[in-house]
Design a protein around this ligand. Structure first.
Ligand code: UD1
Length: 451
């Protein structure tokens, strides 16, 4: 079994490049089946959720190649509109195939999605909105069956913001008959990025107001080469880690324009932030203030995906903090693990009260979901002594190499135990790395022999 081991208590110091965005690339993979031409996605992170989505798209009959952070997808030979249950259960974003399969095949069969256990995560909005576009749904043995003779453009209005439901409606609408107007759309950067991606494939999408878009259905989309943006949540995680360890870190390619609420929050705790052309510099030497009250919210509010990491930072602040979770009701699991490390967190139904302590103490903790796992890594970096973290598989879903990134920032951190890679794309990457390592060793040996 693989665990992360950290000897904490020292400030981070150094710089790393932020990986490509998980939440941007996952719907783009699903959207790639909207054309029968080749799609090339650059700057893709090697993370488990990406591998799972690629497995799913291969099962549909697409040809896929993933090397050196570039994914190539050829959906010319798509043979099926059914998403495999065992694979789909691993990842929430399998639900984005609903919109893209409806767009391409006018039908879809997929299981109710999996993903992190952070709340109920219903899909009623996906269904209600697509029904308005002429899609008929039935349900059998935990499988959702959707079909439509003709997807029709119409007027949609979200009464609650949903990133995934917005992405599904957009994907269904780009090849629909007529015009779709969507009011109250989630304006997360990953929704807008999907629109840019589809526009580059020939879709007609206009942002008509702050949270309103208009889509004119076209007959056909074409192939595209697209650069996936940097991951704002990974950048935010590392910014919070820098502040939590009172360190100084430069994050190359951190997307400052999508991190306003995080920068604002870090300034509240007394961190200094400088946004430069090529990234963000963070000086967390004096980042010790508590936050009297903060709530997560839809973009541009403070992201729920950074709530747990913020809690780690606030455990040793110089005053009490209250954090309200407004997006996912069960996103407080990490508090129990942090309390095992000497934190003093009181869990209410939707709020956490973080009573500050002098220091965290290293111990054995267990990651139970992705962002909570990242929060435990931050806590391990802050804590005195040795911390070990089980449940690395959750962290690997979204962070390409959190251990080596923090090592590059000077942390005493390592992975212990083997992880052999659970699917084809990951194994290929690992073999490639081993090959490169062996080649380096061989070159090194040969150059020594030559001397
Ligand atoms: C996406 C992100 C996730 C992020 C979340 C909120 C991806 C792959 N995942 O998840 O990292 O934490 O946005 O920013 O991009 N809801 C309903 N009915 C629905 C759909 C959602 O009530 O049909 C509720 C959810 O329970 C939740 C809220 O709406 O309370 C937001 O969920 P949503 O925006 O849909 O999240 P995801 O797209 O699943």
């Amino acid at each position: 079994m693989e665990i992360i081991e950290i000897f904490g208590g020292r400030p981070l110091n150094g710089n790393v490049t932020v990986q490509g965005s998980k939440n941007a690339v996952l719907p783009m993979i699903a959207a790639s089946i909207l054309t029968d031409e080749k799609v090339v996605l650059k700057n893709c992170p090697h993370i488990d959720d990406v591998y799972t989505m690629l497995n799913l798209i291969e099962e549909l009959g697409c040809r896929v190649n993933f090397e050196n952070h570039v994914i190539e997808i050829d959906a010319g030979s798509i043979v099926c509109s059914e998403i495999k249950q065992e694979i789909a259960k691993k990842v929430r974003s399998s639900i984005t195939f609903l919109g893209s399969l409806l767009g391409r095949c006018k039908k879809a069969k997929l299981p109710f999605p999996g993903g992190c256990t952070i709340g109920a995560r219903p899909i009623n909005l996906h269904i209600e909105m697509l029904e308005k576009m002429g899609v008929v749904f039935t349900e059998r043995d935990d499988v959702l069956i959707a079909s439509s003779k003709e997807i029709k453009g119409t007027n949609l209005k979200f009464y609650k913001k949903s990133v995934g439901a917005a992405q599904n409606c957009i994907m269904a609408a780009v090849l629909a008959n007529g015009i779709t107007r969507i009011k109250g759309i989630a304006v997360e950067p990953e929704v807008m990025e999907l629109c840019s991606f589809l526009r580059k494939m020939g879709a007609v999408i206009l942002r008509t107001d702050y949270d309103e878009i208009m889509i004119k259905g076209v007959d056909k989309l074409h192939g595209v080469t697209y650069d996936v943006p940097s991951d704002r949540i990974v950048a935010g995680t590392y910014m919070l880690a820098a502040a939590a360890t009172r360190g100084e870190v430069f994050l190359k390619k951190a997307p400052a324009s999508h991190l306003h609420s995080v920068i604002y929050t870090l300034k509240q705790v007394n961190a200094k932030i400088e946004c430069l052309n090529n990234g963000i510099f963070i000086d967390g030497k004096n980042a010790s203030k508590g936050i009297p009250y903060i709530a997560t919210d839809n973009y541009p509010g403070f992201p729920t995906d950074l709530q747990s990491q913020l809690v780690s930072l606030l455990t040793v602040a110089d005053s009490k903090s209250i954090i309200e979770e407004k997006i996912f009701e069960a996103r407080f699991k990490v508090a129990d693990q942090l309390n095992k490390m000497n934190a003093n967190i009181y869990k209410g139904s939707s709020k956490l009260v973080v009573n500050p302590v002098k220091k965290l103490c290293g111990t054995r903790v267990v990651a139970e979901e992705l962002r909570g796992g990242a929060a435990l890594v931050i806590a391990g970096l802050m804590a005195e002594g040795r911390t070990t973290i089980d449940g690395c598989k959750y962290i690997r879903r979204g962070y390409e190499d959190i251990v080596n990134d923090f090592k590059a920032m000077g942390a005493d951190i390592r992975t212990i135990g083997e992880h052999n890679g659970s699917n084809k794309h990951e194994k290929a990457k690992m073999e490639n790395e081993t090959g490169e390592k062996e080649k380096k060793n061989k070159d090194c040996y040969e150059s020594v022999c030559c001397i």
